[in-house]
Design a binder for this molecule. Structure first.
Ligand code: SAM
Length: 380
């Protein structure tokens, strides 16, 4: 973005001088152009943008705590809000405060940054053909997402524009969708403020938190091994309706492994790290049952958190003082119910698979024990 493209060229020059990265640069640009109103070349585009994008950036901390307590997306939203506040404060301290005439606080403040970041999170397009460069693409960002299409926006060199090709035939007047990428329902809520219909998103997943037990005799050694591979005593792993990653199983092996396996702690912790490039399907038959039980316990503890929220949501006091606030709270609560229902559904599936695997293992062991007892009786 060159200085000439700014309605306020001085603002563009200052940001260039400070080598501001893409996202904060675009966020500042958007605010600057919005404040230029009719004299901005993007006036029509900006006036069509939502005043309040629907992302989780616009949920208060109390709303996140209340409605998303069961989901790990709550933590992601808190981190995102913190990042946006941090980015704004950094720009304010390093740049805006030094050029108050170019960046007056009435225009460049936390509220306008929350808006511009909300717009970026819900409308930026990543262009694979331009090495993943991000861009706001007027018209293309009017397209809604569908989990059922495989149509992505990209830069096309021959036509020198952003294009997409539909993956199916559409009837005249029918709504055309694109894909915002293979994102879970939680990620779609986080950035775009909506949750797809239940069971329609093949990329959906739930983050399952796992933790080492504080009472573990090898807690210190295991934690050390985890830290060495960039992990901590509590880790989240994605579970999909189709299964879970090898890293999750490795973490479970580490959590249940006895002191006699201390020599393998490092190898297991490495396999639990998704940073390791060599994916290793570790197998420790002696502790497999314990590891599966550990995952099952974690699933059940998460499921009960979702159940508690979903049961309470029916009779939840929305604590409002105006009809406008009531509409907002009803809307947010419904989004949270939809998200929690979809995440809990994945956990129910994992619980079913784990219980069946454990039952098969245990009945196999029982059969082996019976055969062993039978043989012992014969020899008696
Ligand atoms: C890139 S814009 C898409 C165009 C949008 N309708 C608009 O012009 O504001 C992204 C926003 O559209 C909405 N959106 C996109 N796909 C949706 C869907 N499948 N269901 C509900 N809302 C959707 C969300 O509010 C999201 O933040």
């Amino acid at each position: 973005m060159s200085g000439r493209e700014w309605s306020s060229p001085e603002a563009g020059q200052v940001l260039k001088q400070y080598s501001v990265p893409d996202w904060p640069l675009l966020a500042t640009y958007l605010i600057s152009e919005a404040s230029a109103q009719k004299s901005s070349r993007w006036c029509n585009y900006i006036s069509a943008l939502p005043r309040q994008p629907y992302s989780l950036l616009y949920w208060t901390r109390a709303e996140l705590d209340r409605y998303l307590e069961a989901s790990q997306i709550r933590q992601r939203a808190i981190e995102r809000v913190t990042d946006v506040i941090g980015t704004y404060n950094d720009l304010r301290l390093r740049i805006f405060s030094k050029y108050p005439d170019i960046f007056p606080e009435e225009v460049f403040n936390m509220e306008t940054f929350r808006w511009s970041f909300g717009i970026l999170f819900s409308r930026l397009v990543r262009l694979p053909s331009m090495n993943g460069k991000v861009a706001l693409v007027p018209w293309a960002d009017m397209l809604n997402h569908s989990c059922e299409v495989e149509t992505f926006l990209d830069y096309d060199k021959s036509s020198q524009g952003v294009v997409f090709t539909t993956d199916r035939a559409y009837q005249p007047g029918e709504q055309v969708f694109i894909s915002y990428g293979k994102k879970s329902n939680g990620e779609l809520l986080l950035s775009y403020g909506f949750v797809p219909k239940e069971g329609t998103n093949p990329s959906d997943l739930v983050e399952l938190p796992l933790s080492l037990k504080k009472s573990d005799r090898c807690y210190k050694e295991k934690l050390e091994a985890l830290k060495k591979h960039g992990l901590s005593a509590s880790q989240c792993y994605p579970i999909q309706i189709t299964g879970w990653p090898l890293e999750l199983m490795a973490y479970a092996y580490l959590a249940v492994s006895p002191p006699s396996m201390s020599k393998q702690f490092d190898e297991i912790a490495a396999a639990a790290s998704n940073k390791s490039t060599i994916k290793k399907d570790l197998r420790y038959p002696d502790i497999e049952e314990k590891a599966l039980q550990f995952i099952l316990d974690s699933c059940e503890s998460s499921i009960s958190k979702y159940s508690k929220f979903l049961q309470a949501s029916g009779s939840m006091d929305l604590d409002v003082t105006s009809p406008k606030q009531l509409n907002r709270r009803v809307f947010l609560k419904q989004l949270a119910v939809d998200l929690c229902t979809s995440e809990q559904r994945i956990l129910f599936r994992a619980e079913y698979i784990l219980r069946r695997r454990l039952r098969d293992m245990r009945s196999g062991e029982l059969r082996a024990l019976r055969i062993f007892d039978g043989l012992r009786n014969i020899f008696k």
